[in-house]
Design a protein around this ligand. Structure first.
Ligand code: C2O
Ligand code: CU
Ligand code: CU
Length: 483
């Protein structure tokens, strides 16, 4: 493959895998007739220098009535940004929303003032420029707003998209590309009578996180994607506020996990199911080369039981662990490349735990009692005026994160990447989604994790927090400084 065509492809799909995807191979809602997502607003032509307008938009999410959304770039999901390793990300955010917002580049090691911290906001009518060099492994990163106490609402209202980094190491592997490389944003939503994305969390919702009973793939309920037979690379991002997906195919076919949050694993791991918490990404190769034309291969979230019941009781379509279909891959055309799962993927240096300079402990709590208390980290709620830890740039550290509550928490840190060294006390081992370089990891109730943390190169303020967005907004977030 020569450089030029690839380059053009990047530019064309720059602000919109979402859109590029819809127009060429639309997701269609089952039974809704022709795909509804073709067309849409004109796309900014460039990715490295583009403007993302945060604004209100009305789009058809369900077939019967339009939904008012808050979006980046007027589309839902937000446009997919593609950047090559070593290039500049250059995005201007224009805020046309009625309240402050910003952009956080989840998983990227951005300079502190470019990171989209909860207090670095664009007021309504104002703009912010995000300009920094992306020097990071190829992978499926993402972006979303991060204003203190309003992240859950804004993300739920439709603001989230992929940020895909590409590099030579990955390109050399010849993984499925073009139409065989499919980013899918997975989110749950409530089906309300007026078809709005109404966000009115009850006290119970604030404790559990806001859960919906319908799974959306790239913004489409009951999504189906018409595909050509062949090996496919699916980039799966859990952009839900609180929903944990136990991913698997309905026919239980095995797939190969090739990448997690921070890019490729050392080698593929074959499995039939894995858990993906809010904020986490996983990439897998699934073989659709032997399926007869007309077959629908459905990715779904499989049911599971929480070890300790969620507050408000178990069961029901909203409960954590409820099953839901996510997307059907409908094999429509023959003739795709058979493809081959590479035996080796990338060189990954295992975390040198013996060289770690110190151990830090983070305790996630919800307070005592049946109803719990406010979510905290090390007993404190987020305060933008208080720095809870100072960590040296470039250091290797061991972080022990313990979940001393009866609900799951996806732990996420800005400004660093880590490896999951050990899962203790939760009754589950390290799964394929835990391998490789991570920025988000799910903790089950009463579980403790040992993380090998590589502190990033950029000095300044960053946050770590629970990526259950209701917990984050309630203060399960801590400000730290890389010094
Ligand atoms: Cu995706 Cu601080 O978050
Ligand atoms: Cu982040
Ligand atoms: Cu939490």
């Amino acid at each position: 493959m020569s450089d030029q065509p690839t380059r053009r492809r990047f530019l064309r799909s720059a602000f919109g895998s979402g859109l590029a995807l819809w127009s060429t191979r639309p997701f269609a809602s089952a039974g809704a007739g022709p795909a509804r997502h073709s067309g849409g607003p004109a796309l900014p032509p460039e990715l490295e220098a583009g403007t993302l307008v945060a604004g209100r938009t009305t789009r058809p999410v369900w077939p019967d009535r339009p939904t008012e959304l808050w979006t980046f770039g007027g589309v839902y999901p937000s446009p997919t940004l593609r950047v090559r390793r070593g290039e500049m990300l250059n995005v201007r955010l224009e805020n046309r929303l009625p309240e402050p917002t910003n952009v956080h580049w989840h998983g990227l090691l951005a300079p502190s003032d470019m990171d989209g911290l909860p207090m670095d906001l664009a007021a309504p009518g104002a703009a912010l420029d995000y300009v920094f060099r992306v020097d990071q492994r190829a992978g499926s990163y993402w972006y979303h707003p991060h204003p203190d106490m309003r992240t859950a609402f804004q993300v739920y209202s439709g603001m989230a998209g992929f940020l895909i980094v590409e590099d030579e190491e990955e390109r050399a592997l010849g993984l499925p590309s073009g139409e065989f490389d499919v980013p899918i944003l997975l989110q749950d939503r409530r089906l309300l009578a007026d078809r709005s994305f109404g966000y009115q969390p009850s006290v119970m919702d604030l404790m559990n996180g806001y859960l919906g009973e319908v799974g959306l793939a790239n913004g489409v309920p009951d999504a189906s994607l018409r595909v050509t037979a062949g090996l496919h690379r699916l980039r799966l991002l859990n952009g839900s506020n609180a929903r944990i997906f136990r991913l698997g195919f309905r026919d239980a076919r095995p797939f190969d996990v090739i990448a997690t949050d921070g890019g490729l694993l050392d080698r593929p791991r074959r499995t039939t199911t894995l858990d993906l918490g809010p904020g986490e990404r996983v990439e897998l190769l699934v073989d659709l080369s032997r399926d007869p034309l007309g077959r629908a291969v459905t990715l779904e979230s499989l049911p599971f039981q929480m070890a300790a019941p969620m507050l408000g009781g178990m069961g029901g379509p909203f409960a954590q662990g409820a099953s839901m279909p996510l997307v059907s891959l409908e094999v429509e055309r023959a003739g795709g490349p058979a493809g081959r799962v590479p035996e080796r993927l990338a060189h990954l240096e295992p975390f040198p735990a013996t060289r770690a300079e110190r151990t830090r402990a983070f305790t996630l709590e919800m307070g005592p009692g049946m109803m719990g208390g406010p979510p905290t980290i090390n007993g404190r709620r987020f305060d933008a005026g208080r720095v809870d830890a100072r960590v040296p740039a470039g250091a290797l550290e061991l972080w022990e994160v313990s979940n001393q509550s009866t609900m799951p928490h996806p732990f996420h840190a800005h400004g660093v990447q880590f490896e999951v060294l050990e899962r203790i006390g939760g009754g589950v081992g390290i799964g394929p989604q835990d391998l490789g370089l991570k920025d988000t990891v799910l903790l089950w109730p009463n579980e403790r994790l040992r993380l090998g943390v590589r502190i990033g190169p950029h000095r300044g303020l960053f946050v770590l927090h629970c990526h259950n967005l209701e917990h984050e907004d309630a203060g399960m977030m801590s400000l730290f400084e890389i010094v």
